[in-house]
Write a protein that binds this ligand. Structure first.
Ligand code: HEM
Length: 532
């Protein structure tokens, strides 16, 4: 009996302590010193936090999102109807702010970029990056080292259209497509559903590895298969919420899952060390121009005392790992094509017009003359509404007149931008055409006029600078890999469609997770039929 009373007493104490902590955090106000007009005098203005539902002890408001497990961002959108476009939630003991319109998103990412550029301190993030999330470019807090790493990466990972790196990307992409198509033809049984994703990811990994490290791997290389799979598992993992993120005391129940994550990332790191870095380190010549990203990284190791070996290993891992995002994006495009064959036919019309019915492969110089193909990639980005990695306020600040306390996680609801009928006609339809507009050029005197995609008088072109379309985010922490996404994504999609028709035995079985670019590692097969 005594033991029962003791346990009961401990539980009550935990619940009360938890509730006090949660209440303290949610009621805390933000004090901002302001100048009162008379030169040296400062007064303090006090800001209450944004409204939100009342939290419970221990779980906070996690219960509110429970019915939106499949798509928390749809949940955020629903809650905005009750609490307005800016509101707070408490997940476990962590304060969270959710912003739900473009103006607020800009206020967080641009005007408050300096103080809202941290990342959540989730245990999973540490486990994925050798026990320390500051090793990761995307999951570290903002710092001088991060600024340096972004600068180091920019030239290679965001190649400009006119640069030699861009042309290198084009050539590498085209060459890999030849290997890839040979591989599909060898492994696919005609008329049988085919595990496209596995092979697509390997092709994409080779494009990235060849571009960043001047090294590709054989399609029969088992070690290579394993790391491509682990990268994909990590991509899926990062795109999922997990109870551990907000209830870290559940750790003992998820130890096996954590061990699995550690195993994925350490296997990848070992591969990068053994198969890429170790032999490159031996023949580095600091006086020669950089031949690739690995060269630039290895030189910075020699030239910059602030750059450690660890820094460059993790940077390479991060950037090679970008292939999973592109592979998943293209796989999603193929899935939408299997659901709506019209989309595939229109891409093929562009491909055939540009290549004189398949006389050559598509390269990056063709991109500007294939607006529908690019529009399809943009529509996948919009429709899938890949979430923006959560930001964290590193200091007390004020957003739209509401106090935001240091440590608050800021969720940017880009799903509401991507799916709002105010921004898009029929937002729940997959319709690449929405990214096209009439160009000023007259189609009759221009090349490619038989592409089948123009209106009666005008050619179509890709709409640019759509303010509410932010697939790569804005501000300090925007995606560094967006040119690689556009470039390799385009080459994969256009060249695949040049060689194959894409369909499914039963399109209704193609299941796609809403508000995510990630597909499970093992996902639906597709039918690829050689075009005659
Ligand atoms: C379809 C593919 C991709 C999408 C939709 C995407 C989108 C994003 C988004 C939304 C962010 C967060 C920005 C923010 O926090 O405000 C991000 C960050 C980042 N992305 Fe991408 N990304 C993609 C592919 C890639 C690729 C291929 C690479 C590199 C090879 C890459 C490298 C990065 C890095 C390093 C960051 C972190 C930047 C920082 O925090 O300073 N991404 N990406």
């Amino acid at each position: 009996m005594f033991i029962l009373y003791t346990i009961f007493g401990i539980l009550v104490a935990i619940i009360i302590t938890s509730y006090i902590r949660i209440l303290y955090k949610s009621l805390r106000r933000v004090r901002v010193p302001i100048s009162s007009g008379k030169s040296s005098e400062l007064s303090v203005q006090i800001f209450k936090q944004a409204p939100g539902p009342k939290p419970w002890p221990i779980i906070g408001n996690l219960n509110v999102l429970d019915k939106y497990r499949d798509n928390p961002f749809a949940g955020f959108t629903e809650l905005a109807k009750i609490y307005g476009d800016i509101y707070t939630l408490t997940f476990g003991h962590t304060r969270c702010l959710v912003v739900n319109n473009l103006e607020l998103i800009r206020e967080v990412l641009n005007q408050n970029g300096k103080v809202c550029s941290g990342r959540p301190d989730f245990l999973r993030y540490h486990k994925l990056f050798g026990g320390e999330r500051s090793n990761s470019l995307a999951l570290c807090d903002w710092s001088q080292l991060q600024q340096k790493r972004r600068n180091m990466a920019r030239r290679h990972c965001s190649p400009r259209e006119s640069s030699s790196f861009y042309m290198q990307m084009s050539q590498i992409g085209c060459e890999e497509m030849e290997h890839f198509i040979r591989e599909i033809d060898a492994k696919m049984l005609p008329g049988q559903p085919f595990d496209v994703k596995t092979f697509l990811l390997r092709a994409c990994a080779n494009m990235f590895s060849q571009y960043m490290c001047s090294q590709r791997f054989d399609y029969d290389d088992e070690e290579f298969h394993k790391i491509v799979l682990h990268f994909d598992e990590i991509f899926w993992e990062i795109n999922q919420g997990h109870p551990l993120d907000f209830l870290p005391w559940l750790r003992p129940f998820y130890q096996r899952h954590l061990n699995k994550i550690v195993n994925w990332s350490s296997t990848i790191r070992k591969f990068i060390m053994d198969r890429i870095i170790s032999h490159r380190e031996l023949d580095i010549d600091v006086d020669e121009p950089d031949s690739d990203f690995t060269d630039a990284l290895l030189k910075s190791l020699v030239e910059d005392k602030d750059v450690s070996r660890n820094t460059i290993i993790f940077m390479l891992e991060d950037f090679i790992g970008g292939h999973s995002a592109v592979g998943n994006l293209v796989m999603l495009a193929l899935a939408y094509i299997a659901k709506d064959p019209q989309v595939g036919s229109r891409i093929q019309a562009e491909v055939d017009a540009i290549t004189d019915k398949g006389q050559r492969r598509i390269n990056l110089l063709d991109m500007n003359r294939m607006p529908y193909t690019m529009a399809t990639i943009f529509e996948v980005l919009r429709y899938s509404s890949s979430p923006i990695v959560p930001h964290v306020a590193t200091e007390d600040t004020v957003i739209s007149g509401h106090g935001v306390t240091a440590g608050t996680i800021v969720f940017i609801n880009n799903y509401v931008l991507n799916k709002s009928p105010e921004n898009w006609i029929d937002p729940h339809q997959f319709e690449p055409q929405r990214f096209l507009e009439e160009s000023n050029k007259d189609s009759r005197d221009s090349r490619g006029s038989d592409s089948g995609i123009e209106s009666d008088r005008k050619e179509l072109q890709l709409r640019k600078n759509i303010p509410h379309f932010l697939p790569f985010s804005i501000g300090k922490r925007t995606c560094i890999g967006q040119n690689l996404v556009r470039g390799f994504g385009f080459l994969l999609l256009a060249n695949l469609l040049q060689s194959y028709n894409v369909s499914s035995e039963d399109p209704t079985t193609i299941s796609i997770t809403p508000a995510s670019l990630a597909l499970p590692a093992k996902c639906f097969p597709l039918l690829l039929t050689r075009r005659t």
